[in-house]
Ligand binder design. Structure first.
Ligand code: PRP
Length: 208
């Protein structure tokens, strides 16, 4: 049996729909329950930021999580498959009309993704002050807390409605199927079987 960590919300729903397509069963969590037991799989409903932690510690064998979160957390898990869903970008946003000038002294950047932010500026040998926030990042430049933000952009509506615009894209993200390294060896047949089945669904979607 495989234990599968899914992030609460849209990704869990979409992933369970993939499993339903593959196995022809109904996979639905009861009301507020966080565990769904089926003959082949045990599904766990966890916070998005906790999926890779469950997989890394082998509390789950496999999981589904955004590449942006994987890059930010840097946990040593196997990235098995791009599910081609949840496509978004991690971008730098500034007040509309402002330009990104990396030579400006004392740059302040607000973000919930401090590691991605740190890497981006370090690679360019620019020293910046990173201000960690947990949400509503778009507020920071407007009220003068930071010069710019690094945040997830999906439709761009949040930035636009708050008077910001993208000045640079850092990475493209999408949802990934991940696996624990030991599970990948100890339960190789089961992991590869579900990998192949999900891959078939994704390939068929891409062709349609
Ligand atoms: C993300 C991100 C932006 C918004 C971007 O927040 O931090 O605020 O989505 O989406 P858009 O480009 O389609 O407007 P999310 O809703 O994930 O909530 P969070 O603040 O809890 O991360």
């Amino acid at each position: 049996m495989l234990t599968v960590a899914l992030p609460k919300g849209r990704i869990a729903k979409e992933t369970l729909e993939i499993f339903e397509t593959i196995f022809g069963n109904s996979f639905k969590f009861d009301d507020r329950k966080l565990i769904l037991d089926t003959p082949k799989f045990r599904f766990l409903l966890v916070r998005n930021q906790d999926v890779a932690t469950y997989v890394y510690h082998q509390a789950a064998d496999i999981g589904v999580v955004g590449l942006d979160t994987l890059e930010e957390q840097g946990l040593d898990v196997i990235r098995l498959l791009d599910l081609k869903r949840g496509i978004c970008k991690v971008s730098i946003g500034m007040k509309k009309g402002e330009k990104l000038d990396l030579n400006k002294p004392d740059i302040k950047v607000a973000s919930k993704m401090v590691n991605i932010t740190k890497r981006y500026f370090e690679e360019r040998a620019v020293s910046v002050d990173i201000i960690k926030l947990y949400g509503s990042i778009e507020l920071a430049p407007i009220i003068g807390l930071a010069d710019m933000i690094v945040d997830v952009v999906e439709t761009g509506a949040t930035m636009k409605q708050n008077g910001l615009e993208v000045v640079e894209d850092i990475m493209t993200s999408s949802t990934y199927l991940i696996a624990n390294k030991n599970s990948y060896i100890a339960k190789k047949d089961e992991v590869l079987d579900i990998y192949e089945k999900i891959n078939k669904v994704i390939q068929a979607e891409q062709k349609a």
